[in-house]
Design a protein around this ligand. Sequence first.
Ligand SMILES: C[S@@+](CC[C@H](N)C(=O)[O-])C[C@H]1O[C@@H](n2cnc3c(N)ncnc32)[C@H](O)[C@@H]1O
Length: 268
Amino acid sequence: MLVCGPAIEALGLLPDGCAQTVVTSPPSWSLQDHEAGGQIGCDDALESYERGIVMAFDQVRRLLADDGTVWVNVVDSHTPGNHKYRAQDRKNRASATFVHPPALAELKPKNLIGVPWRLAFALQSAGWWLRSEVIWHKPNARPESLTDLPTTSHETVFLLSKSQNYYYDTAAVKGPNGRRLRTMWDINTEPHNKSDSGTDDHPSVMPKTLARRCIQITSRTGDIVLDPYAGSGTTLIAAQELGRNWAGIELNPAYVDLIQRRVALGAG
Ligand SMILES: C[S@@+](CC[C@H](N)C(=O)[O-])C[C@H]1O[C@@H](n2cnc3c(N)ncnc32)[C@H](O)[C@@H]1O
């Protein structure tokens, strides 16, 4: 099932308890313009960005199985300093900044905002169990042009659960040397122009390896995997490859077309 529309509305179409796990990367706050009316993250205040995701996640909790989980990948950003907009880079579209974050009264310029943790605390306050912080380390991260801080080479992925006890298969994915999986995951970014569809139509694509790993750990064959901010459909395609059913929501009709093309190509 693929719905084109705002997550907060489309989630209401899904029945209670239908999904086992969610793997999603909501739009970052203030980093990218996904060119669709009603998108979150582009010109909201940080508080309304958080509130929008928390409200959507209230719906997500309703339609998760009682032993269901959410993997949510969130990107951090800085308060504006003196830097200009960063131009789009064909090889690394995610590195571009199209939007300047609105100033935050409580933070001086050039401060790392801590968006992932602020959102995690908001979700925790809204009733989710915050179970783990996974560091997605990108061994192939490209150098950045900023000269007064280390190059960022990771993103954060939180594991949330609906209940205290939940489905989690430790044997599904092992770490190096067959050890139990640690919280630091080395996964290269996968440029979309090398993806299954042969297209380059989405600026911030999650590596399929990351989506697959999350799905394998917290769902079984035949379960429904949901992504309410589906983008190019990486989670949905990974789910299909793994024999899961899937439900996806995406606001931008052009990305919905992209998902349909990827699925039709058998990219999952
Ligand atoms: C970071 S991207 C997701 C990328 C995806 N994980 C992938 O691998 O392709 C976030 C997506 O959320 C979509 N989006 C923004 N606001 C939305 C909303 N209110 N409801 C649903 N989708 C939204 C954007 O159009 C964008 O495609």
